[in-house]
Design a protein around this ligand. Structure first.
Ligand SMILES: Nc1ncnc2c1ncn2[C@@H]1O[C@H](COP(=O)(O)OP(=O)(O)OP(=O)(O)O)[C@@H](O)[C@H]1O
Length: 260
């Protein structure tokens, strides 16, 4: 589905991503792990069009999409969520979902005048879809709450819900478990598996929680110092000494524990 070929990104003198190559298979839930500063988020941002690469290219379903805008990639079916959920806090939960679908006729003043009936029908369909998504996520009880009042975990679910309002093919999830308690994390994992199974979404997930990666992801790609260190099943990665060394050489205890 995605081929990343010799991708590089420099920030000033720092090579955040350095000749990085890997593929994301269609229908897979791929994990992207690695110590802090390995370049995971930068790679995500390049795949989703938020950052332009300094070198290399990205193919999506065989098409060279290097340097495409996030909007263009979104319309092709690549959706990226963020570590910190981007909800509109002064709008209700349902309104947040209803905002998502691109090219709603209601957004255009002239088409609103000319096609009032069609716009109303479209809005009704979007509302119904939003309500279905809330039901799926078991968030119906907070439908009319302001999104800013949701708990951290509920905001993560809402973020996932926003991807469900689109015709996504590939969903890039950035640390879905960050700030989420264990109960909600289990629910989030179930939702991801269900979306994968029932809607055929492919996922790529950046995550520091190795239990979640082990539960959801195959294969797992390990980045270190801006390039792929290794990839394979979580079991093989757990046994790989180079992975442990990469984590020990860098960052926080939580990652080291997880990788061990
Ligand atoms: N906009 C930027 N300007 C300058 N340096 C940056 C920028 N974005 C990232 N970096 C640097 O690039 C390197 C890779 O960062 P990146 O956020 O991609 O790593 P990561 O693997 O996602 O880390 P983490 O697990 O901590 O989120 C880091 O050294 C980071 O400080």
């Amino acid at each position: 589905m995605i081929q990343v070929e010799h991708l590089s990104k420099s920030f000033g003198g720092l090579r955040a991503v350095n000749d990085c190559s890997f593929t994301l298979e269609e229908g897979a839930i791929t994990g992207l792990i690695g110590p802090n500063g390995a370049g995971k988020t930068t790679v995500f941002n390049m795949i989703a069009g938020f950052i332009k690469p300094s070198g290399g290219r990205i193919l999506f379903e065989g098409q060279d999409v290097t340097g495409f805008s996030p909007e263009r990639l979104f319309s092709l079916g690549i959706v990226r969520t963020f570590q910190i959920p981007h909800e509109f806090s002064r709008m209700t939960v349902l309104e947040n979902l209803m905002l998502v679908p691109p090219a709603q006729s209601g957004e255009n003043l002239f088409s609103s005048w000319l096609r009032w009936g069609a716009v109303r029908r479209e809005e009704r369909d979007v509302r119904r879809k939003g309500e279905e998504v809330l039901e799926f996520l078991e968030l119906t009880h907070v439908r009319d709450e302001l999104a800013g009042n949701l708990s951290g975990g509920q905001k993560k679910l809402l973020e996932l819900g926003r991807t469900m309002m689109t015709d996504a093919k590939l969903v890039l999830l950035d640390e879905p478990a960050a700030g989420v308690n264990r109960t909600l994390m289990g629910k989030l994992a179930r939702m991801i598996q269900q979306l994968h199974r029932e809607r055929g979404y492919s996922f790529c997930i950046i995550e520091h929680d190795m239990d979640l990666i082990a539960e959801l992801c195959h294969p797992v790609i390990v980045l270190a110092e801006g390039r792929v260190l290794t990839q394979g099943s979580m079991e093989s990665i757990r046994r790989d000494e180079r992975v442990l060394e990469a984590y020990l050489g860098h960052s926080g205890a939580h990652e080291t524990e997880g990788a061990a």
